[in-house]
Design a protein around this ligand. Structure first.
Ligand SMILES: C[S@@+](CC[C@H](N)C(=O)[O-])C[C@H]1O[C@@H](n2cnc3c(N)ncnc32)[C@H](O)[C@@H]1O
Length: 253
């Protein structure tokens, strides 16, 4: 399936518009984001994040590994990784209200990770800074997927790990039809009621539909200079976890 080159919310005429729409939308739902997430997924989202932590445990166990949870939102994955690593990591997001929720949650739970307000497409980090970058349900919202992958590769050390946890299209057609009905008909109603922002929950299925499916995303990652790309479906393909290593920079770059 041919997919969009980046998030394209209805009415956004440019990448800048798309990014602004996404940031504003998450700002509006920030206070209710966790509640909506856990209720609408029947808590399955927690299992997906826990699984992601298990898959990157080896890097987390290295005391010198520099770890960034990108598009960290309210910080659920960041917290789970800090718990595993037993040390402070870094979370970043471009939406201030989401970071404010993350900050409060970190403090409430006695965690110490640092938070940084930054756009994933222009990270304030020098080349080859990180050993691990995780992104949970953030990548799909980036205004340009190729630029995002290039930026991720730039800030990852060669051999560094990229983990992208994201919604995807379930491969089984029957299951996909049932799931699409739920996400187009039920999700906007329930999500709207819980968060007060039905447009955010109309954008969600729309953005998943436009997002590259799992095999295509793997190809995008390879083309962007990642190797050892592997991926797995989670929960019948509602979500997928992609893992890859940043390749050595080419001498032609
Ligand atoms: C669906 S939330 C996911 C939050 C969190 N990772 C989680 O697992 O719950 C997506 C997050 O991506 C952030 N985001 C989207 N585009 C971004 C960008 N270009 N740079 C930084 N953060 C971005 C949003 O602000 C939002 O907090």
């Amino acid at each position: 399936m041919m997919a969009a080159s980046g998030a394209s919310p209805e009415g956004a005429a440019s990448e800048r518009d798309a990014a602004r729409w996404v940031r504003t939308m998450f700002g509006r739902v920030a206070r209710r984001y966790d509640l909506a997430n856990h209720l609408l997924s029947a808590n399955v989202d927690r299992h997906w994040r826990a699984h992601t932590v298990r898959r990157v445990r080896t890097v987390l166990s290295r005391s010198d590994a520099r770890v960034l949870d990108l598009a960290c939102g309210t910080g659920d994955l960041l917290l789970a990784m800090e718990r595993e690593a037993k040390r402070a990591l870094i979370g970043s997001d471009f939406c201030h209200p989401m970071l404010a929720s993350a900050k409060a949650k970190l403090a409430r739970n006695g965690f110490h990770s640092a938070l940084l307000e930054a756009d994933a497409l222009a990270l304030p980090a020098t080349d080859e800074t990180f050993d691990l970058i995780t992104i949970a349900f953030g990548f799909r919202n980036f205004a340009n997927y190729s630029s995002a992958l290039a930026e991720l590769r730039r800030v990852l050390r060669p051999g560094g790990v990229l983990a992208i946890l994201e919604f995807t299209q379930p491969p089984n057609r029957l299951f996909a039809a049932a799931y699409n009905w739920y996400s187009r008909r039920v999700l906007p109603l329930l999500g709207g009621l819980i968060s007060g922002a039905p447009d955010a929950y109309r954008y969600l299925p729309d953005s998943v539909q436009k997002f590259p499916d799992a095999p295509d995303l793997a190809e995008w990652m390879k083309r962007a200079g990642f190797d050892r790309v592997e991926w797995e479906y989670l929960s019948f393909g509602i979500a997928a976890l992609h893992l890859a290593r940043a390749g050595e920079p080419s001498i032609m770059e």
